[in-house]
Design a protein around this ligand. Structure first.
Ligand SMILES: [Fe+2]
Ligand SMILES: [Fe+2]
Length: 305
């Protein structure tokens, strides 16, 4: 399956990197606000002080939601079963590129740096902060490594993505009814060609309840792409693969949608993803670490992306 040659890849403009990072940050912001709203809702029930805070959070959430609405409209309309099958086929048969993890991190960082020298926090810093927060908490080394690489699938931006909509954003299941409760901006699913499809629009669609998440097609993006890379090219445990594959699958790990498809293994995977999520969402405000100092220990690791 591994490609034998290094492909000449399309060069994207600097603006693409800026837009990708902005959309990715906005999507994260919405998920942070959603999480905070939930936490504070519980507090609200106990005091008026928290009711006041909750109102502020809600307004911020609405603003953030507005800014990502257009992104989700495109994502929800274009992530079809047909596109998913095509993307998976392309992944299998298209020649990609071989590089070390550090080269992959630097490649993505260069894109962002070129796009916006004033950017708050680069992707490479986000990866390091995620891993470092795990290290500080005494999480296992395999989990720290998972934190370090979890967003490298965003290199899809160089390798065959059609836009931002098939790289970032919350993910969901294709091939069954869109879960309007569990997904954000879900009204826009009505513009998807699979909406109203004879089979895909039924509750379980092409799947059987209890079939296991390994057997459902998650919408295409950086999670699924890196999962497929790492699954075949690492010895990371199933929990790590789940953290990578499902970290943007908020409709499942945060909202409780698509639970019918879970099998026994998936309950342990869900717990793993939930333990990963805070490090991804909340480490961005931590102290920025020296990239150069951390570089030495990472250089030997590599993947074919
Ligand atoms: Fe991500
Ligand atoms: Fe992330």
């Amino acid at each position: 399956m591994a490609p034998s040659a290094i492909e000449t890849v399309p060069v994207y403009s600097d603006r693409d990197g800026q837009v990708l990072e902005q959309i990715s940050d906005n999507v994260d912001a919405v998920n942070v606000l959603k999480a905070n709203m939930k936490k504070e809702k519980a507090l609200h029930e106990a005091s008026e002080f928290d009711a006041e805070k909750n109102k502020t959070q809600f307004r911020q959430y609405e603003d953030a939601k507005e800014s990502v609405k257009e992104f989700y409209r495109e994502q929800h309309e274009k992530q079809t079963v047909a596109y998913n099958l095509k993307a998976r086929n392309d992944f299998k048969f298209k020649t990609r590129a071989e590089m070390s993890i550090w080269e992959a991190m630097e490649k993505f960082n260069t894109l962002i740096d070129e796009s916006d020298p004033d950017t708050d926090l680069s992707q490479i810093e986000h990866l390091i902060q995620t891993a470092e927060a795990m290290r500080r908490d005494g999480r296992p080394r395999w989990m720290q490594l998972t934190g370090l690489i979890h967003d490298l699938g965003k290199l899809l931006n160089f390798y065959g993505s059609e836009g931002q909509w098939d790289v970032v954003g919350d993910t969901f299941v294709v091939g069954c009814a869109f879960d309007l409760e569990a997904n954000v901006c879900s009204e826009s699913f009505k513009g998807n060609p699979d909406w109203g499809h004879e089979i895909y629009s039924t509750k379980h669609g092409i799947y059987t309840p209890g079939c296991g998440m390994d057997n459902v097609m998650i919408s295409w993006g950086h999670d699924e792409y890196l999962y497929l890379v790492v699954k075949d090219q690492s010895t990371l445990p199933d929990e790590a693969l789940a953290m990578i594959r499902y970290h943007s699958f908020y409709p499942w790990h945060k909202e409780g949608g698509y639970m019918d498809f879970m099998n026994e293994k998936d309950h342990a995977m869900l717990a793993a993803v939930r333990s990963f999520n805070p490090y991804d969402l909340y480490s961005k405000s931590d102290e920025v670490l020296s990239v150069e100092e951390l570089k030495v220990s990472l250089s030997p690791l590599g993947f074919i992306l």
